[in-house]
Every structure is written in structure tokens, then in C-alpha cells.
Design a protein around this ligand. Structure first.
Ligand SMILES: Nc1ncnc2c1ncn2[C@@H]1O[C@H](COP(=O)(O)OP(=O)(O)OP(=O)(O)O)[C@@H](O)[C@H]1O
Length: 245
């Protein structure tokens, strides 16, 4: 199948330290992948590198998106090609209202309608992320992505800090972004979701999961099976059991 995203032997350093040490990953159109792994193994680094955040330096390997080598393109160019990301800790933006940022993401959309989808209408006139709680930041980021409608959506811990009622809304928005509400043959959009506890997996459809350890992907398999193994055996035990070398 045609890979929307293909990553080959990716090595990335940050602050002079090699964090990603040979990532290989293929995400086909219509697929949603989950990424598990212990703190500091490089999950955020992988997503931020795909998005093109400048401080992440690609030392070796390449990233292909829709068949094009995007390894050295700017963040802006990648966003225009269809890559969207919800950051773990996005900055606050003084002087810019959330509804105006949503309009900047896509002038065609009605910001109020988008904000309603994530139960966030009352924040339309607030400055972006300024004083937002952890769970509110997640809804703010998702509203921006719903406006942008990227072909590849990357979500860094979308369930962290979100209450039980809003996690359902967030799940529905992610399924919409990855077109899980559309016939499989019509899906063109894909996703990558980082989650520690897997709460969001009760609300979204995920096709494959990967376990990352020390900068590489060490196991790939069924999201439910991997999550169960991590819960009972820990990361290393999960890998020994499901993906022994
Ligand atoms: N600016 C930096 N300079 C040096 N090291 C950094 C820098 N930013 C991140 N790192 C290191 O890179 C490693 C990978 O960080 P990353 O945020 O990708 O991990 P993660 O798997 O997403 O972790 P978590 O689950 O805690 O969010 C960590 O050891 C982190 O301390």
C-alpha cells in the first residue's frame, strides 16, 4: 500500500545529544498508529522532527511524505503539505484570540462551529493558551487541527489532563481527523498518537502500535495487546514477550 509517511533510518540529535537512533516507520493512508514508550525514549522528538521543529537536527536518514523527501523542509512548508501537530506544551500567544488563530489555520471555516465540536466555544475570545488548564490546551490544539484538516495528524498525549467527559469529545475529534468515521476505501488521512496510559484508546480507532525504547522502535503490533503487556510486564517485558529478537 502507498505510504503517506515513510521514515528511513532516522537519527536525530538535540542539544548535541543523539536521541533518535535509527527509526524506521511506515504509515499508510487511512491508518492511525499509537506510540508507547518510557519517559525520555524519544517519542516527542520523533513527532517534532516529522513536524520540522528547527532545534531537532537530522543527522542521518530521511523522512518521506506523500513520496517527497521533506527531511530538510521548513515547518511551514510541511504544514502546507498537510502535516499537523498538537504539541505537548504549546506556547501561549499574547494578543491573539483563539477564534482568530482558527481563522488563520483555515479562512474557510467557521471558528465557532469548530470550537463547538470540542466543547470550547466559551474560549473563542480568550488569548491562545493563555492561562488555559492542561485539558483546555488539548481542546485548543484539537480545534486548530480540525480547522487545518491535515493529511497526517500527530497528537502528543491528547489524553493527558483531560476529564472523563471531554475525553469522549476528544476521541470523536481524533476519529474525525483520521477519518475513522468514513468508509475505509475513502480514507486518505492518517494519524500518530502518543499515549502513556492508553485512556484515549477506549475512544479512538487505532490500527497499529509501536513501542519505543532508547531512540528506536523495538516492537510493533496490536495496540490492545501491546498496552496489556506493558501494563502487566512493563516495557521491557512487553518487548521480550511480543517481539523477542
Ligand atoms: N534541548 C534538549 N537538550 C538536550 N536533551 C534534550 C533536549 N530536549 C529533549 N532532550 C532529551 O531528549 C530525550 C527524549 O526526549 P523526548 O521529549 O522526545 O522523550 P519522550 O519519549 O517524549 O518522553 P516523555 O514520555 O517524558 O514525554 C530526553 O532524554 C530529553 O531529556
Amino acid at each position: 500500500m502507498f505510504g503517506l509517511l515513510e521514515i528511513e533510518d532516522l537519527h536525530v540529535s538535540i542539544g548535541g545529544r543523539m536521541v533518535l537512533k535509527g527509526i524506521n516507520l511506515k504509515i499508510n493512508r487511512g491508518e492511525n498508529h499509537a506510540l508507547f514508550g518510557p519517559n525520555g525514549c524519544g517519542k516527542t522528538t520523533l513527532l517534532n522532527t516529522i513536524a520540522g521543529v528547527p532545534r531537532y537536527i537530522v543527522e542521518r536518514g530521511r523522512i518521506l511524505f506523500k513520496g517527497n523527501d521533506i527531511t530538510h523542509l521548513s515547518m511551514d512548508e510541511r504544514a502546507r503539505m498537510g502535516i499537523g501537530i498538537a504539541f505537548q506544551s504549546p506556547p501561549a500567544i499574547r494578543g491573539l484570540k483563539l477564534k482568530d488563530l482558527i481563522k488563520l489555520c483555515n479562512p474557510e471555516v467557521n471558528p465557532e462551529k469548530v470550537l463547538k465540536e470540542v466543547n470550547f466555544l466559551e474560549f473563542a475570545d480568550r488569548e491562545v493558551n493563555r492561562g488555559f488548564s492542561g485539558g483546555e490546551i488539548k481542546r485548543s490544539e484539537l480545534a486548530q487541527l480540525l480547522a487545518q484538516r491535515p493529511e497526517l495528524v500527530m497528537l502528543d498525549e491528547p489524553d493527558s489532563g483531560v476529564d472523563l467527559e471531554n475525553i469522549k469529545l476528544i476521541g470523536r475529534a481524533i476519529n474525525k481527523l483520521t477519518e475513522k468515521d468514513t468508509k475505509p476505501s475513502k480514507r486518505i488521512r492518517s494519524g500518530i498518537v502518543i499515549t502513556h496510559f492508553g485512556h484515549i484508546l477506549d475512544y479512538i480507532s487505532v490500527d497499529k502500535a509501536h513501542v519505543m525504547m532508547e531512540g528506536t522502535i523495538v516492537c510493533t503490533g496490536s495496540p490492545r495487546e501491546i498496552l496489556e503487556q506493558i501494563k502487566t510486564r512493563g516495557y521491557e517485558g512487553c518487548v521480550r514477550c511480543l517481539c523477542p529478537t
